[in-house]
Ligand binder design. Structure first.
Ligand SMILES: [Zn+2]
Ligand SMILES: [Zn+2]
Length: 236
């Protein structure tokens, strides 16, 4: 049987074994709660192909959305780390597509986010009128945005769960595709005051420009997942 690493424990859920943090308050901001399962009696046909359920055509719940499908329409066994499952779980086609994209993000881009990139931090009106060259990165536990390169105590790490919005500036380039060049993060600070910072990728000729642009793309994907996890929790 699998053994849980320090600080984590294995728990049994109706969908399989899960590995969860012992101290709930340190949970990753990406984690999703399990959905409400649509009761069997409320669903006589598959949500996907509309086939009628009977003794041969059985009901199966998608572990991500909780809707009921036949075995064909929920046949995508997909790893779902956002719900902490150890083994791949049954998902509907839509949830499987979303989850597979997210898993690619966890495999590749998340590492770049925690490695960090270089930005020009635009003046923060109530703090400083100076511009700083900073390194911005996601903390190893994914719970804070850390900004290094400022004088001490100017800017506390930003709790990702206190981020209110991201505003991304994407001027069209010559090929007509949009590339982010700047991001404004609005957040509530540790005193509960709403503030914002703007990170600029700098001149296209700068050696870190490309990395910083993809860092913003990664941040947007990460925050979309975190906003989604927050929405799910607030519906409970
Ligand atoms: Zn079906
Ligand atoms: Zn689903």
């Amino acid at each position: 049987m699998a053994k849980a690493p320090v600080g984590k424990k294995l728990v049994r859920s109706k969908s399989g074994m899960k590995i969860v943090e012992i101290d709930g308050c340190y949970r990753s901001p990406f984690l999703l709660s399990e959905p409400h399962w649509v009761p069997d009696k409320e669903c006589s046909r598959c949500t996907g192909c509309q086939a009628r359920f009977d003794f041969l055509k059985r009901r199966h719940h998608c572990r991500r959305c909780g809707q009921i499908y036949c075995s064909v329409c929920s046949g995508n066994l997909t790893p779902l780390p956002r719900m902490c499952f150890l083994d791949p779980v049954r998902l509907c086609a839509r949830c499987s597509t979303v989850t597979t994209k997210e898993n690619e993000f966890f495999d590749k881009q998340l590492k770049a986010l925690t490695t960090g990139s270089t930005f020009k931090l635009l003046p923060i009106s109530d703090v400083t009128m100076d511009q700083f060259i900073v390194t911005c990165k996601l903390s190893p536990d994914y719970r804070f945005l850390e900004i290094d390169g400022m004088p001490e105590d100017t800017l506390e790490p930003i709790d990702v769960n206190q981020v209110i919005s991201l505003k991304i500036k994407c001027p069209n380039n010559m090929q007509g595709t949009s590339q982010p060049t700047m991001v404004t993060v609005t957040f509530s600070d540790q005193q509960g005051v709403n503030r914002e910072i703007t990170l600029d990728t700098g001149l296209p000729s700068s050696p870190t420009h490309k990395t910083s642009r993809s860092w913003i793309v990664g941040l947007q994907k990460a925050m979309n997942m975190i906003f989604e996890a927050r929405d799910v929790d607030s519906q409970e």
